[in-house]
Write a protein that binds this ligand. Sequence first.
Ligand code: ADP
Ligand code: MG
Length: 253
Amino acid sequence: MAVITVEHVRKSFSTLEVLKDISFSLNAGEVLSIIGPSGSGKSTLLRCITNLEQIDRGTITIGGDTLVTDGVDGSAHYADKATISRIRLRVGLVFQNFNLFPHFSVLRNITEAQVHVLKTPKDEAIEQAHELLRKMGLGDKAKAYPYQLSGGQQQRVSIARALALRPEVLCFDEPTSALDPELTGEILSVIKDLAAEHMTMMVVTHEMAFARDISNRVIFMDDGLIVEEGTPQQVFSEAQNERTKRFLNRFSS
Ligand code: ADP
Ligand code: MG
C-alpha cells in the first residue's frame, strides 16, 4: 500500500526548474534511496514532501490524504491548514546538519514538539524521550547540550527527535555527509536497525554501498528528473541510462 504518492510534481525557484515532472510512490515498510549528483533536486523533493517548500504543479498524497493537487486553473492547490498540519506529522525529516536547538538540552530537543505539537503530557513525553535515547545508545546524554556531543551523537538525537513524533515515514537528507568518516557508520547502523523494524523510509545518500544494502528500491535523479528507478540490483549493476552509469562510475574506483 502506498504511503506517499507523488505525481507529476514540478517546482521552480524563479526561473530555475528544479523538479521537472517527478512521479513515484513509496509503499509501507519500504526503504527507498535517492541518489544523484549535487543540485539534482533531491533535497527540494524531500522538502516538498515535508511541506517545507511548496510545489508549482502536481499531486502529493500522504497516508491517503491529498496535501496538494492541480487546481482547475492548473496551479497547485493545497489542502486547508488543519489537513496540512495533520499530514505533516506523518512524515519526519532528519537533516544533514542536525538542526537541533542549541540552547535546549538533548531531552528538551526531543520533548519540545511532542508537548507543543502533539500535546503529549510532559511526563509521558519525557519518558518516551528517555526510551528513544536509550535506543539510540545515548541513555546518559539527556541533560547534555548539543555542543557537548559529537556530530554522530547529535545526529542520533535528531533521529530520536523525529521518531518521538511517531511518523509513518522518516526521510533522511544526506544524514552522514556532515560527519567525519569514522562517525558515519554509527548513523548508518541506526538507519539499518530502523529498516529491520520495517520503518518506512526515504534516504537521500551518497553512501552507495549502504543504499545498495538497505534499500528495496533506488531512484537516481539528475537535473530535476528521475532518470532511473529500480531494485538496488537494477540500478547499481544493470543501469540502463548513460547518466546513471557515469554517476556510479565515480563511486566505484
Ligand atoms: P540536491 O539536494 O540534489 O543537491 P537541491 O534540491 O538542494 O539539490 O537543489 C536543486 C537546485 O535548486 C540547485 O540548483 C539549488 O541551487 C537550487 N535551490 C535549492 N533551494 C533553493 C532556494 N531556496 N532558492 C533558490 N534556489 C534553490
Ligand atoms: Mg541536498
